[in-house]
Design a protein around this ligand. Structure first.
Ligand SMILES: [Zn+2]
Length: 941
């Protein structure tokens, strides 16, 4: 019997053909394992390839796809705890193109390209009929040791050629039984049909019979010459999904747009939880044509290559890798996400009307943020929380609350995402467990009123049911025709009722301190959540910055203090360094970086009041390490890295210093880049809501006094990310541009006047110039479609229309530019449509007040200077829009005291003007001001 602990390399096959091929290449076969973990149903073969002990596993008969592969890998990890690197070896469909002459029997190796991992995951999208698909992400890179070996082998093959064909023949000579199925088929059976030539559906006959050898249907390829490798090895992207690719035009699209070389169905299940290299022998061309003939040989070719590769890896290099089981005690489950994705799409197809209800509940989607956070998480970090007794007590009992507090930089949000991810994968096969979560964010306070937060929890729970429950439909019908919103209590009742439809509900709330506008709003939200818990036994997990008011509310709960852990920092550094170009970074320099960065973030131990400092130290270390790595990764040469290492700022005092250093790096750059960097930062720091990459690109591309956007001035996304010295990052999923951390925002709120004093003025000018572009001379859009098209082409329009006035109110800016806009009826009408439209129902673009002119808009935003100008130019101060709202009503509602005074001073306004014909809904300016708590306005004489 063999000891499972002796095996360091895991080799996973999807089908028996691959398993047989793998075994055929073993140099030495070992006895069965002594024992495997309980519940592990994998079939294992143990043995040696060269010097390495390898465990080979195969997916259960008849199961394919991402999730099966994932569960095989996860069982293997448990039963063979010392496995350090993985190989996924087998067959796949090729994507031949003009660039890549891929033929049957060739080998494709998943090698990262353009800094993306070697495996590209995609789902077939909503409309399988028109063959659209969506990319769901690039998966992690294979481990360094494998990538190095691939490069070494590549160089060797290039100079000396390979012996794979000979290796295969040698094996087949020894095992003659295999010959018939596994030897290389005749060259004439390798037919690549033109993309448009499809195999008749339902015809199981072979291509030789049905599709034939007509040269005009085939892509003609020269015979491979003596000095060409045969089989050839191709290095690049492998695309992975839960369905077989059998469509030549879609195949070509992937090949062209994403440079995909091969399609298969398992790798995506492995990459994020089992650092592995994917090796595929090509057995068909991912089209409609049938070709089983090549499977055996393709499997042999892949196995032969994998063996050659293993023989290049020194034993000690494998041992130096982390054990996979250590890296991932909890599994980032791409699988469950992929599966959820597919199910969600299916739901959406079935329930287009349900979708409208879901959207009406709230348009906010926290799922995107969840994906962002979990992707930003460095491998191996943060899982300590899942092993604490507090977490496990919380999870194992109903009605429990776990409160986690920590200071900024401790990694609370990432931990929340790890918890969400863990629960989703833990319960992915159990639809009776409801999982729902919120990420509060101070930048989105206006969207995160208590009502909205509850609605979002409700939506997530409704979403997972097969159909929208009647009670929710009734709620929707009651409110939708009146265009009213459900009340706080109505939402809470609905939430209680849906919760009882689950056997358990788990609620995760991140960053309570950033929830709501005030303590009282937060309290209202929390008491609703506690009330829900009392009635239904739901579990609550919440995080917050350290805050006494909040902590008081959780006095009786389980609690944990969150801080970054030492090992988190180490594995973060290793992960980050493995992404750096290896030609700059040798082992000595890696060692130096590790040592110096850790010393820099450890710097505070030297300080006097040790206890205090250690506490802060632990929390801040992680953030500092991140920022230091940003600095280091921006250095062009070894020498620069070494020099930067000497100047790393230390400890807590280092935080401001680090930000300052980053700004100084920006000041040092060429003037156009410096200007651009400051504009970017000014926008992000001052924007009223998070901006997407494209919005920011437009904002930066606007030239003063222009009449249209010149797209030549749009900075590229790469430039956006690179010019700001690591202070800015882009969320991959949502495309939101943001500062690297909350404390960065705080830093700039304190110091922006010294870095970019004209920020508000510049932003106002850009917005106003944008809104004044000639294209908006077209005015108000007549349909949702037209309106949506306008927003899509002019991506900054939504932001500019909704917020320009807020910037203008605090900026000192000459009034001419603003008056020019406000006096253009067409442009104001267009802008007011975008300003007022709310996207929760169809026809939304039309359900806004018409006949709003400059004077209404100036009142709405409280632009006193502009109001003076407009009044002087003779505009009627008491003009009503189509909702019967006067400028006074708008200004009072929003508490703009100065403008209210200006309007009253004209003595031409009706203070008691009613704004609806229906007395029930009718409000006066005064009642609107009072309703919104604008005391100063109410008290005006
Ligand atoms: Zn065919």
């Amino acid at each position: 019997m063999s000891n499972p602990k002796d095996y360091t390399i895991g080799w996973i096959c999807a089908i028996t053909t691959e398993y047989v091929a793998a075994q055929a290449f073993l140099d030495e076969k070992h006895k069965e394992p002594e024992a495997v973990s309980l519940g592990d149903n994998n079939n294992y073969t143990l043995g040696k390839f060269g010097k390495h002990n390898v465990v080979i596993a195969v997916l259960p008969e008849g199961e394919y796809g991402i999730s099966s592969a994932a569960s095989v890998a996860s069982d293997m990890r448990h039963s063979f705890p010392n496995v350090r690197i993985g190989l996924m070896v087998g067959i796949g469909g090729g994507a031949p193109s003009r660039k890549h002459d891929i033929r049957l029997g060739d080998i494709v190796v998943s090698v990262p390209c353009n800094e993306k991992g070697g495996v590209f995951q995609y789902d077939f999208g909503k409309t399988i009929q028109d063959q659209s698909f969506r990319q769901t992400g690039f998966l992690n890179q294979p481990p360094m040791v494998l990538r190095t070996a691939v490069n070494g082998l590549k160089a060797q093959y290039e100079s000396e050629g390979h012996q794979l064909e000979e290796d295969i023949n040698r094996v087949l000579e020894k095992k003659s039984r295999l010959r018939r199925k596994y030897q290389r088929p005749a060259p004439s059976s390798d037919r690549l049909y033109q993309t448009g030539v499809t195999h008749p559906s339902n015809d199981e006959e072979s291509c030789a019979v049905v599709c034939g050898n007509d040269q005009s249907n085939l892509v003609l390829r020269h015979e491979r010459a003596e000095d060409e490798d045969n089989p050839a090895i191709h290095y690049g992207l492998i695309a992975s999904a839960n369905q077989l690719m059998k469509n030549a035009s879609l195949r070509d699209k992937f090949a062209k747009e994403n440079d995909v070389l091969c399609f298969e169905m398992e790798a995506a299940g492995l990459m994020n939880q089992f650092p592995c290299l994917v090796i595929r022998g090509i057995c068909d061309y991912s089209d409609t044509h049938k070709n089983k003939e090549w499977q055996g040989y393709a499997a042999m070719a892949a196995a032969a290559y994998a063996k050659d590769l293993l023989c290049r890896i020194p034993l000690n290099k494998v041992e130096a890798e982390n054990r996979i089981s250590d890296l991932l005690s909890s599994v980032l489950d791409t699988v469950s996400r992929a599966r959820e994705g597919v199910e969600k799409i299916k739901y959406k197809l079935d329930r287009s009307e349900d979708l409208e209800i879901l959207n009406w509940l709230t348009p906010i989607d926290y799922g995107l943020q969840q994906s962002d956070f979990i992707m930003r998480r460095q491998k191996g970090t943060g899982t300590w929380l899942l092993h604490t007794s507090e977490f496990n007590t919380w999870l194992n009992q109903r009605n429990k609350t776990l409160y986690c507090s920590g200071i900024p930089g401790a990694g609370k949000t990432i931990l929340t995402s790890i918890v969400v991810d863990n629960l989703c994968s833990r319960y992915r096969t159990n639809p009776s467990i409801g999982i729902t979560y919120l990420y509060c964010n101070f930048r989105q306070k206006h969207q995160q009123k208590p009502e909205n937060l509850l609605s979002s929890l409700l939506k997530q729970l409704v979403q997972k049911r097969a159909s929208v429950p009647e009670s929710i439909k009734t709620l929707y019908e009651r409110h939708n025709c009146e265009r009213t919103r459900p009340s706080f209590d109505e939402i809470l009742e609905a939430l209680k009722s849906i919760t009882t439809q689950y056997s358990r509900v788990l609620i995760m709330i991140d960053a309570l301190d950033e929830c709501g506008d005030s303590d009282s709003e937060r309290q209202r939200f929390l008491s609703a959540i506690f009330n829900l818990q009392a009635k239904t036994g739901a579990n609550i997990f919440a995080t917050s910055r350290i805050n006494n008011n909040i902590a008081k509310l959780f006095e009786v709960s389980l609690s944990l203090q969150i801080c970054a852990k030492n090992e988190d920092i180490e594995s973060y550094l290793n992960g980050r360094m493995s992404l750096l170009q290896s030609d700059i970074l040798d082992d000595t320099l890696r060692g130096m970086i590790r040592k110096e960065v850790i010393r820099a973030v450890d710097g505070m131990y030297a300080k006097s009041s040790i206890k205090y400092y250690i506490y802060f130290n632990l929390n801040f270390r992680f953030l500092l390490a991140q920022l230091h790595m940003n600095t280091l990764m921006n250095q062009p040469t070894k020498g620069d890295i070494k020099q930067a290492l000497q100047y790393l700022a230390k400890g807590i005092d280092g935080l401001d210093e680090t930000y300052k250093q980053a700004m100084e790096r920006i000041e040092d750059t060429g003037s156009r880049f410096r200007e651009l960097a400051k504009h970017i930062l000014a926008w992000i720091v001052h924007a009223k809501r998070p901006l997407s990459t494209t919005e920011l690109q437009h904002a930066l591309g606007v030239r003063p006094f222009t009449k249209e956007l010149d797209r030549d001035y749009l900075p590229s996304v790469q430039v956006l990310q690179s010019v700001c010295a690591g202070l800015v990052t882009i969320d991959e999923q949502s495309g939101i541009v943001r500062l690297v951390h909350y404390t960065t925002q705080k830093y700039f709120e304190r110091t922006w006047t010294s870095w970019f004093p004209n920020a508000q003025m510049d932003i106002t000018k850009v917005c106003v110039t944008y809104l004044s572009f000639d294209v908006f001379e077209m005015g108000f859009c007549r349909s949702d479609r037209e309106f949506e098209a306008r927003l899509q082409t002019n991506v900054l329009y939504d932001y500019a229309a909704r917020n320009w006035g807020h910037h203008a109110r605090i900026a000192s800016i000459e009034e001419d530019l603003i008056l020019n806009l406000l006096e253009s009826r067409a442009k104001v009408s267009a802008a007011s449509q975008a300003m007022m439209a709310s996207e929760s129902y169809s026809g939304f673009s039309q359900g806004v007040p018409r006949q709003m002119i400059g004077i209404h808009v100036a009142a709405y935003f409280g632009l006193a200077g502009a109001m003076v100008g407009l009044l002087k130019n003779g505009y009627n101060p008491d003009l009503k829009d189509s909702y019967s709202r006067t400028p006074l009503s708008r200004a009072a509602e929003n508490g703009h005291e100065a403008v209210v005074k200006l309007l009253l001073a004209t003595e031409k306004v009706d203070v008691d003007s009613k704004d609806s014909e229906y007395s029930e809904y009718s409000r006066t300016p005064l009642s609107r001001a009072a309703g919104n708590g604008h005391e100063a306005v109410v008290k005006l004489p």
